[in-house]
Design a protein around this ligand. Sequence first.
Ligand SMILES: Cc1cc2nc3c(=O)[nH]c(=O)nc-3n(C[C@H](O)[C@H](O)[C@H](O)COP(=O)(O)OP(=O)(O)OC[C@H]3O[C@@H](n4cnc5c(N)ncnc54)[C@H](O)[C@@H]3O)c2cc1C
Length: 321
Amino acid sequence: MPDALLALGRLGVNLDDALSAPFTGIGFSGYGRRAEALLPNGTGRGIRRTVLHKLLAEQAEKLGVQLLWQKRITALDGHYLSLDSELIHARWIVGADGLHSRIRRWARLDAGTTTSSRVGRRFHYRVVPWSRCVEIHWGDHGQAYVTPIAPDEVCVAFISRKKHSAGAFSLGPYPELKKRLGCADIVSAPRGAMTLGRILHRVTAGHVALIGDASGSVDAITGEGLALSFRQALALSDAFVHNDLDLYEAAHRSIGRVPAFMSRMMLVLDRHQLLRRHTLQAFERSPQLFARMLGVHVGAAPLRWLGDGGVLRLGWGLITA
Ligand SMILES: Cc1cc2nc3c(=O)[nH]c(=O)nc-3n(C[C@H](O)[C@H](O)[C@H](O)COP(=O)(O)OP(=O)(O)OC[C@H]3O[C@@H](n4cnc5c(N)ncnc54)[C@H](O)[C@@H]3O)c2cc1C
């Protein structure tokens, strides 16, 4: 999203020359309905995680970070980390080790609330992107969202609550997508992972701080996972400069507020078929309603907008849809 690109730019990473694809809006489709809205704050960019990862690693090395590939942290003891058989002393320790973070467990920061748990699987299709939008296709098994990631490639991520339903991860429930992709080649090995909505009570303890999915997460449907970690990285570096992790604790809470709220809203739609159908119908009939929700999602409109009558407007839209 544009705001994520801004945060990434502040970390010194620019995607302009990277293999990627721009998008200018978000589209919701399903049950024969479609709503689209332009991003109110600029252009977004779809990129493969592997390409982004390379750019992040290059920038880190440029700044003097020593990267130790294929090494594993196996224990934490005060200011000491076991790196396979080596011991390392660290002034600060940052747990950036993902959803199932061990640093989090060792630092006794596991306490929190899991608000959702779903399964995702992604595929890359060789096809020229047909839309300037990231498209979210809603079905009864979950969602399929399509992101252009190169001039001739799109990424499709299927997200579902049904862990064992093969149908949840196929084009079958999404007839529009099947028309577009039924004959396209899949150009990478499909990969799957859990996606959790999770809020921790605390993300710091003494000299240890958590970041990224290790520090709590939002459902993948929000597309905000990495954006959160870029903003957290900026806040954490500020806290280091001031020698005060409490600053990070407070900033982390505020960074996560809107994405967690939007994640919960999307998951309410995921759970209730009738509400989902009515919402899609309401968004199709009132594109400005959809545009305002998107404005809140990308941080261009304040969350309070939803309290200032936005929810009422949505409710009215649903009743009259
Ligand atoms: C299907 C799906 C689609 C998604 N789509 C999007 C999207 O479109 N946009 C978006 O922004 N987000 C998306 N997300 C979410 C995004 O993938 C995560 O938010 C992001 O990967 C979190 O990054 P991270 O670096 O915190 O954790 P991870 O990517 O999990 O990285 C953690 C790293 O820590 C390493 N590690 C773990 N334990 C140790 C150890 N003991 N020692 C050393 N290293 C260790 C791991 O090997 C790994 O490399 C999606 C997620 C899923 C499941």
